[in-house]
Design a protein around this ligand. Sequence first.
Ligand code: GRF
Length: 208
Amino acid sequence: MLRIVVCVSGGGTNLQAILDGIDCGRITNTQIIAVISNNAGAKALSRAEGHGIPGILMSPKEYEDREAFNRAFTGKMCELDPDLIVLAGFLVKIPRQMVERFANRIINIHPALIPSFCGVGYYGLKVHEKALERGVKLTGATVHFVNEGMDEGPIIAQKAVAVEEDDTPQQLQRRVMEQAEWILLPQAIDDIANGRIRVVDGKVKKSI
Ligand code: GRF
């Protein structure tokens, strides 16, 4: 059984897709052991609670400096000792010590086709605003392992989504979620839980 911790900052629709995937059997051999949020008001925490999953609040604001938060956050994660950490819309930079401790055991969903529209400053709605500004005809989502870089770890899965002519950033965000994110992230977790994903020379190999 793959024991996962899901980290979320906001609405938690990707968390919901994981919960639904487990409930309906699209994700197998997987158990969410905790949901961590940096935001007390995150709807994600009530979604977790509704499923009887412990919700943990870990906000940098509650620590005297970033180093103290990083120590506490990494310490909490070591205590939980998950097999996989899933960043599902988590807006806090993962401490270097956590990346080292959980090498190839942290995944993230990014709402664009990496290496486009990613890196510092590309988060949330901004990603879609930039894609519309550039006039791309295709965007999408990417699930990748997290390394010490920003959106630079090995790519697990990607899915393209069409941009429509009069899209607003909100409309595009919604389409990318519906057509890509909510499918890709549960699929990646199921693949990892069932031993279909390996990282070889910095690239992901998937077996059927
Ligand atoms: C998603 O677009 C995800 O790709 C990005 O943040 C957003 C989170 O949405 N990293 P939600 O909280 O899962 O609804």
